[in-house]
Design a protein around this ligand. Structure first.
Ligand code: NAP
Length: 245
C-alpha cells in the first residue's frame, strides 16, 4: 500500500508529538525529528508503530541549513517521497526588546523561521517532481498580533505567513499547498512555565474557557494535509478557542 509520508519537525514532544501521532492514526508513515530528546522521540515512534505506521527517527537541528537538508534527504531515501512537511519545531526566549541580545534574536529567528525555510526548500525539490506536497507551518496567534516580550518570536511567527504565501504563489500550480496554523495557548512544555497569574489572565480572554491541547492543533494540521483541504492554499487558521473576541 502506498501510504503518504509526513515529516514533522520537533515531534519528540508537545504539539509536534500530537501531530505525528495523529498522522500515524490516519495511516501515514512518519519521519520523527528531534534536537535533544532522543528517548521521547523513541517513545513517539513506538506509539506510532502500535497504530500501524512505519517510521524513522532523525536527529537534526533544523535551524542548521545543512542538517535540515540532510533530514529531508534521509526522509526521501527511506520512503522514496515526502508528501507532507510540518514545520513545527520552535523555541521561545522571552525578553523585552531593549534587553534582547543579538544572540537571543538570532536563535529564535533561526529556529522558528529560518528552519522552516531550510526544510521547505529541501522538501519542495522532491514535492515538485511528484507534483504533490502539503506544507503546514506552525505559527502562533502572536504572529498575528505581536506580544510584549516576544519581539523575536512574534516576528518569526509572522514571517511564516510570508513564507507560506510565497510558496503557494510559486508552486500552487504544481500541486503544492502551503498553509499556516496559528495556535493560541496550548498546554505543553513551552507554556508550562506560565505563572498562575499569567494563566488566569490568558484564560479570561479565551471563549472556550480552557487552554488548548496539542490534539486540538493536531486535528487541524491533519485536516490541512487531507484530501478535504486540497482546495485550501495560503490560509491561516487560528486554533485558539476564540481568543479576545
Ligand atoms: P515544546 O513542547 O517546547 O516542543 C518543542 C519541540 O521542538 C521539541 O520536539 C523539540 O525537540 C523541538 N525543537 C526545538 N528546537 C529544535 C531544533 N532546532 N531542531 C529540531 N527540533 C527542535 O513546544 P510546543 O509547545 O509543542 O510548540 C510546538 C510549536 O508550536 C512551536 O513552533 C511553537 O512556537 C508553536 N506554538 C506553541 C504554542 C503553545 O502554546 N504551546 C502556541 C503557539 C504556537 P527536543 O525535544 O529534542 O528539544
Amino acid at each position: 500500500m502506498n501510504k503518504k509520508v509526513a515529516l514533522v519537525t520537533g515531534s519528540s514532544r508537545g504539539i509536534g508529538r500530537a501531530i505525528a501521532l495523529e498522522f500515524a492514526n490516519q495511516g501515514y508513515n512518519l519521519v520523527i525529528n528531534y534536537k535533544q530528546n532522543q528517548a521521547q522521540a523513541e517513545e513517539v515512534l513506538e506509539q506510532a508503530k502500535s497504530a500501524g505506521a512505519q517510521g524513522i527517527i532523525v536527529q537534526a537541528d533544523v535551524s542548521d541549513s545543512k542538517a535540515a537538508q540532510e533530514l529531508v534527504d534521509r526522509s526521501v531515501e527511506e520512503f522514496g517521497k515526502l508528501d507532507v512537511l510540518v514545520n513545527n519545531a520552535g523555541i521561545n526566549k522571552d525578553q523585552l526588546i531593549l534587553r534582547m541580545s543579538d544572540d537571543e534574536w538570532t536563535k529564535v529567528i533561526d529556529t522558528n523561521l529560518s528552519a522552516a525555510f531550510y526544510c521547505s526548500r529541501a522538501a519542495l525539490k522532491t514535492m515538485i517532481r511528484k507534483r504533490y506536497g502539503r506544507i503546514i507551518n506552525i505559527s502562533s496567534v502572536v504572529g498575528l498580533s505581536g506580544n510584549a516580550g516576544q519581539t523575536h518570536y512574534s516576528a518569526a511567527k509572522s514571517g511564516l505567513l510570508g513564507l507560506s504565501f510565497s510558496i503557494a504563489r510559486e508552486y500552487g500550480n504544481r500541486g503544492i499547498n502551503a498553509n499556516v496554523v496559528a495556535p493560541g495557548y496550548i498546554q505543553s512544555d513551552m507554556t508550562a512555565e506560565l505563572s498562575s497569574e499569567q494563566s488566569a489572565r490568558i484564560m479570561s480572554g479565551i471563549s472556550a474557557g480552557r487552554l488548548g491541547t496539542p490534539e486540538d492543533v493536531a486535528a487541524v494540521v491533519a485536516f490541512l494535509a487531507s484530501p478535504g483541504a486540497d482546495y485550501i492554499n495560503a490560509q491561516v487558521i487560528r486554533v485558539d478557542g476564540g481568543m479576545n473576541l
